[in-house]
Design a protein around this ligand. Structure first.
Ligand code: ADP
Length: 399
């Protein structure tokens, strides 16, 4: 079955066409600068990228250009749009309404709208993608896969903040967590690859990208995660501060003459390793290079990051009363052996030793701890699109 995966942002859209039988990507790309001018990047498997500047006043034109590219006579991946049997959409916030993926109908659309308050930049864009696909491909089922769904199994003690309880009841203020599709995918992949019984396992998943989060997965179910009501909580990230003393907000506001929105902008866009490094970069490649050349703030930023990750790993080992396996995934987790080494250097008390040679290798699923290590440490590439594809096929085939 051919499944189109759509991930709509406010001014961009990523897509992949996947053959669910072979799990191969047939074509992929993105639309950028929607509502500004418009650019389509399209790549059929095995061919070079094609980049075209095309007017995209709205997401509708963008998706139409994607469908045109997919069916283009010369470089299209399919002959006819009818070959697309389902569309899987990434939806950022499902609130408490969605604990799993769902086939989208009017009721689901209303429920996603109700969650828009919690993700005002993302959910409305996701809904536009859903509506446009329904319009341009009538009769083709759309499935919603939520970033928050995997974390809905957290016990109350893990998701309730130390705030007046009525704020949870009245406003839904609680920990939701994000990157759920990735945490779910990687926890299953790692269990399968290590031969662990998922239903009797303790895993810690470190999704370390520009946005970064960690989750504790007990017997295949999430019991805690580092992001909160929004993706700002938890780890120090590329440009996000992660957790800090909440009183800092007012203090920065007063000192810098900023309102709440201004302070949040600093916390979201100017903080994290970017902020600590004095604005040098949010990219770990740049920071690694600078640290090697003796830049002290770059070195500090990288160490703060690793230390924070290690502290979360420790707290989740406590939450689960142990840990069998730890996975590193996403941009940094998959590609940065130096950062992995920094993190693992804090984990000796868990009986973990790093296999330096394995850690320097690239590849698919690999174990980077030594064979006598008490806890297995792995690199497990994430694949959110494939996870969305699998959920979509399972739902529309009634599995
Ligand atoms: P997001 O999806 O949150 O944008 P990604 O998972 O794509 O993030 O991760 C992007 C980040 O991964 C980059 O900002 C960079 O810090 C890091 N990264 C990517 N490749 C490498 C590499 N080879 N070495 C070190 N860091 C890398």
């Amino acid at each position: 079955m051919k499944v189109l995966i759509i991930n709509c942002g406010s001014s961009s859209l990523k897509y992949q066409l996947i053959d669910s039988d072979s799990e191969q990507v047939l074509a992929k790309g993105l639309c950028e600068r929607i509502g500004i001018d418009g650019r389509l990047v399209y790549q059929k498997a095995g061919l070079d990228k094609e980049i075209s500047d095309l007017a995209m006043p709205t997401h509708k034109e963008a998706i139409q250009f994607v469908l045109n590219a997919l069916t283009n006579e010369k470089t299209g991946a399919i002959k006819d749009l009818k070959e697309i049997e389902a569309v899987g959409h990434r939806v950022v916030h499902g609130g408490e309404k969605f604990a799993c993926s769902v086939v989208i109908n009017d009721e689901v659309i209303d429920m996603v709208k109700e969650c828009s308050d919690l993700a005002p930049l993302h959910n409305p864009a996701n809904l536009i993608g859903i509506n446009v696909c329904a319009e341009l491909m009538p009769g083709v089922p759309n499935v919603g896969v939520f970033d928050t769904a995997f974390h809905q199994t957290m016990p109350k003690k893990a998701y309730i903040y130390g705030l007046p309880y009525e704020y949870y009841e009245k406003y839904g203020i609680r920990r939701y967590g994000f990157h759920g599709t990735s945490h779910s995918f990687v926890s299953k992949e790692m269990a399968a690859f290590l031969g662990l019984d998922l239903n009797n396992s303790k895993e810690i998943i470190c999704h370390l990208g520009n946005g970064a989060s960690i989750s504790a997965v007990l017997n295949g179910k999430c019991v805690d995660t580092s992001m909160g009501l929004t993706p700002l909580e938890g780890l120090v990230m590329g440009t996000r501060s992660g957790s800090l003393d909440p009183a800092i907000l007012e203090y920065i506001g007063k000192k810098e003459g900023l309102d709440a929105e201004g302070v949040l902008n600093v916390l979201n866009k100017k903080s994290g390793v970017f902020g600590i490094s004095g604005g040098l970069s949010s990219d770990f490649r740049d920071l690694g290079e600078a640290a090697e050349k003796g830049n002290e703030l770059a070195e500090l930023a990288l160490e703060v990051f690793a230390y924070t990750v290690a502290k979360y790993i420790g707290s989740y080992a406590a939450a689960m009363n142990g840990v069998d396996a730890i996975a590193f995934t996403a941009g940094i987790g998959e590609n940065d052996p130096v950062t992995r080494k920094r993190i693992v250097s804090y984990l000796g008390y868990l009986g973990i030793t790093l296999d330096e040679e394995a850690n320097s290798k690239r590849g698919d699923n690999i174990v980077i701890s030594t064979s006598d290590s008490k806890v297995k440490v792995c690199v497990v590439p994430t694949n959110e699109e494939l996870a969305i594809c699998r959920d979509t096929v399972a739902l529309i085939s009634g599995n």
